[in-house]
Write a protein that binds this ligand. Structure first.
Ligand code: ADP
Length: 552
């Protein structure tokens, strides 16, 4: 800007200078021309007196030869000329100044030289004798005058231009200085010396405020978006047309098993599997798709949605859902259904078999009560099984419909013992309970069911004359309910599996003693539902210890 202002000032000053000099010269030229004319007129008047008194001789005596003096008779013949031989001069009767002086008494003419470099000013006076006295002088014309003055004019011009340049430099710097000093960060606080730029500063201030507000809003929205996406369990990836990553949330990185992702890198760098690549290709070709892919030990569902702008695909949104648990649940449900059908089929087949034999009448009447007893037993087993299935289903639905209530653990165990008294007696198993009455808030029915199943197993899988001891141990942090038996024990290899649905260490033995394979599964499920822990230790042939841990 300083350079530009400098150049403008220099240019304007140079033009003004040049025009000024030229105008001065023109004015001078005309001024000197007028002066010359007046001088010629004065000289002519003086010479008129000389001729009157002394005749032509008087003219010859005029010492000053600066002007040309010509005496012409009334017919135009030159009588005397101080610069030329009068006899060689042509007749002047047609000269403008001669004609004018002859008729008016005074005449004036200006004639350019052939080269146009000079002009001659003529002034003529008609004498009393009728002769014409002419005085003339030559003056350089304006161009010749300029030509003659080129050197000094150029020197003056150069000096002036140098001065103008120094002046322009200083002025330009002075003009620009307050502008350079403006604090555009705080336009309103400026001590502004140019009132013309006040509207501009006000506008800048206004725009700055607007930009600040918009920026804050954008940052706020971005943060909001970040918080929302970071708290999403689903993985979210936003990609551009060239597969470049535009945005991703924490869950997406976690699901893809990467620590961090560089924005603008290709999303394919995050996972190089075939299904992922295909889903990216699909979304960028404008397709909505949902595919399943395995990432390490997890199963992911990738839902892709293209982003359109003006009918063209400009990117895509990929939603990653961890469906491992869902798939596992599906698998367990399928397995459970198959197991339930199988478990129900066994007693039903027995019932059908006994009933068919009785229907055919091939059973001796003495055996009918025995067969009826079998049918009754199998039906009872089925009822127990269906009851257990219903319990499991209820637990699957989240402990519904039970509510938390004040529960005395000691009392619960006493109730269970009361129910199991006869079966314990049948097997000659001694029941013992130690510990204090301690209270918890829990779903009492479900809790009692847990204790019942563990004690029932402790009797069922006990030896004749064995022992089943339950102890309740309360500390500041926890309550531990220990169910210990002196039974057959569980092989180490089966310990992990006994909590699975329908798992039995010895299927026929369990069936024989009326087991469904669901008891411990109900215990584990109920514990999770009541926020308790169950674990087991066992020694084959010696006995097992089941512990329920209740954190306070
Ligand atoms: P079941 O109805 O067959 O008893 P459970 O789910 O209660 O089914 O138990 C699963 C299996 O674990 C049983 O079949 C049995 O083999 C084993 N088991 C459970 N409790 C005990 C125990 N106290 N002593 C020995 N084995 C046990």
């Amino acid at each position: 800007m300083t350079r530009k202002i400098f150049r403008y000032i220099l240019f304007v000053s140079s033009v003004v200078l040049a025009v000024g000099i030229a105008l001065t010269m023109v004015v001078q030229y005309h001024y000197f021309g007028d002066q010359l004319e007046e001088e010629l007129e004065r000289e002519a008047s003086y010479l008129e007196v000389v001729v009157k008194n002394q005749g032509v001789e008087g003219l010859k005596e005029v010492a000053d030869n600066s002007e040309r003096i010509t005496l012409i008779d009334a017919e135009g013949a030159v009588l005397y000329d101080n610069r030329a031989d009068e006899s060689s001069m042509e007749n002047h009767a047609d000269r403008e100044e001669f004609v004018e002086a002859k008729s008016l008494g005074r005449g004036k003419a200006v004639r350019q030289s052939e080269t146009m470099a000079e002009r001659t000013i003529y002034f003529a006076i008609r004498l009393e004798s009728g002769e014409i006295l002419r005085v003339s002088s030559t003056q350089y014309n304006i161009l010749a005058l300029i030509g003659g003055m080129v050197q000094p004019v150029v020197i003056v011009l150069v000096i002036m231009i140098i001065l103008a340049a120094v002046f322009a430099d200083k002025v330009a710097a002075r003009i620009v200085e307050p502008i350079n000093k403006l604090d555009l960060e705080h336009p309103e606080d400026n001590d502004n010396s140019y009132e013309e730029i006040t509207p501009l500063l006000t506008k800048i201030h206004k725009q700055q405020r607007q930009i600040g507000q918009q920026l804050a809003e954008a940052v706020h929205r971005q943060e909001e978006f970040q918080v929302i996406t970071d708290n999403m369990q689903e993985g979210l990836l936003v990609i551009g047309r060239q597969t470049e990553l535009l945005s991703c949330n924490r869950s997406a990185l976690k699901l893809l098993g990467v620590k961090e992702a560089e924005e603008k890198d290709s999303v394919l760098a995050l996972n190089r599997s075939e299904p992922f690549r295909k889903s990216v290709e699909a979304v960028l070709s404008g397709k909505h798709e949902s595919i399943m892919m395995q990432i390490q030990d997890r199963v992911c569902s990738v839902i892709v949605n293209p982003v359109f702008q003006d009918g063209k695909v400009t990117g895509g949104v990929l939603l990653l859902l961890d469906v491992t648990e869902k798939m596992e649940r599906e698998r367990l449900r399928r397995e459970f259904t198959a197991n339930v059908s199988h478990e129900l089929k066994t007693p039903l087949t027995s019932i059908q078999g006994y009933a068919e034999i009785m229907k055919e009448g091939i059973v001796a009447s003495a055996d009918v009560p025995k067969f009826s007893e079998k049918i009754f037993e199998e039906a009872g087993r089925m009822i127990t099984l269906v009851e257990d299935i219903l319990k499991i289903s209820r637990l699957d639905e989240g402990c519904l419909p039970y509510e938390d209530e004040d529960t005395d653990i000691y009392e619960c165990v006493e109730n269970v013992f009361a129910h199991l008294q006869s079966s314990a007696q049948r097997k000659n198993v001694e029941l013992s309970l130690t510990g204090e009455h301690c209270h918890i808030m829990t779903k009492k029915t479900i809790f009692e069911e847990m204790i019942y199943n563990l004690c029932d197993n402790g009797i069922k899988y006990n030896r004749e004359g064995g022992k089943l001891s339950v102890s309740i141990d309360e500390t500041a942090e926890k309550i531990e309910v220990k169910v210990e038996d002196t039974g057959i024990g569980i092989p180490a290899g089966d310990l992990e599996k006994i909590f699975e649905r329908f798992y039995r260490v010895d299927k026929s033995h369990s069936r024989e003693i009326g087991g469904t394979g669901l008891g411990l599964s109900i215990v584990k499920h109920a514990a999770a539902c009541l926020n308790m822990n169950v674990d087991v230790t066992s020694q084959e042939g010696t006995g097992s210890v089941f512990k329920i841990l209740i954190k306070k």
